[in-house]
Design a protein around this ligand. Sequence first.
Ligand SMILES: Nc1ncnc2c1ncn2[C@@H]1O[C@H](COP(=O)(O)OP(=O)(O)O)[C@@H](O)[C@H]1O
Ligand SMILES: [Mg+2]
Length: 237
Amino acid sequence: MNTLKSHNQIIWYNETLISDSVKLCCDPEYWQQQGKILGSAQGRGTTWFVQTETLPAALRHYRRGGLFGKLINDSYWFSGWDKTRSYQEFILLEYLIVQRVNVPQPIAARSVRKGLCYQADILTQKIPQAQDLVGLLQINAIDSTMYEKIGQEVKKLHQANVNHTDLNIHNILIDQQNMVWIIDFDKCHIEKNNNQKNWKQGNIDRLLRSFQKELKKRQIHWKQTSDWQAFLSGYTD
Ligand SMILES: Nc1ncnc2c1ncn2[C@@H]1O[C@H](COP(=O)(O)OP(=O)(O)O)[C@@H](O)[C@H]1O
Ligand SMILES: [Mg+2]
C-alpha cells in the first residue's frame, strides 16, 4: 500500500491499480469531468461507478445512517489517521482477500481532516455484472444451491473472524457466474476474542431480519421455511 500525504489529508492506495489519478480519484467531480462515470447506485448516499485506468470501480463517500446522520451527515471525530473509517475498511478488505473471502479489491481510501473532525471516501473494484440480493429477489426467486453458497460465504467471513456489523441483503451481491460477494465493511472489524460467539449470531439474526423486512416492504421472492434453512445449511456445514 502506498500513501500520498498533504497537510490535511492522506490517500492510501494500491499502486498496481491506480497511479495517474491518485490525487483526485476520490472526487466524483474529477471522474465526471473526465467523462468516466459509468453509473451509480443509491445506498445511504450515492455510490458512483467510475472507469479508472485499470478497472471499473465504485466510489463511496462515508455517511452516517439513522437520526444522528440527519444532523451530522458525513463528519467523524478524528482520533488518528489509522483509526479513520476509510483506512480501516481498506486494510480490512485487503485482509479478507488474503483470507479468500469474496470482497471487492480496495483501490484507494482518503481521509480529509477538518479541525477536530474528518471526512472520508473509498474507491473499490466494482464487482462486474453483479446485482444485490434485494434487487435480484424482487424479480425472481433463487434456488437452494444459491442460498447455500451465500451461507458458505458468510461462514468464510466468520472463519476469518470478521464481524460484519451491517450484514443485510443490500450488502450481498451475486454476479453472472453465481459468485457471492460481500460488500460495505464500514465499521466492521476483526474480533479478537474467539470464544465470544455472540457476534456471529448477531450477524445472522440481522441478515434474517433484513430478509423479513424486504419481504414486507418489497414483496421479495423469499420463503423463510425453505430458503432460510438452505442458507443455514450452507453456513453450518
Ligand atoms: N464494489 C461494488 N461493486 C458493485 N456494486 C457496488 C459496490 N459497492 C457498492 N455497490 C452498490 O452500491 C450500493 C451502496 O453501496 P454500499 O457500499 O453498500 O454503501 P452504503 O450502504 O453505505 O450506501 C450497494 O448496495 C451496491 O448495490
Ligand atoms: Mg450498503
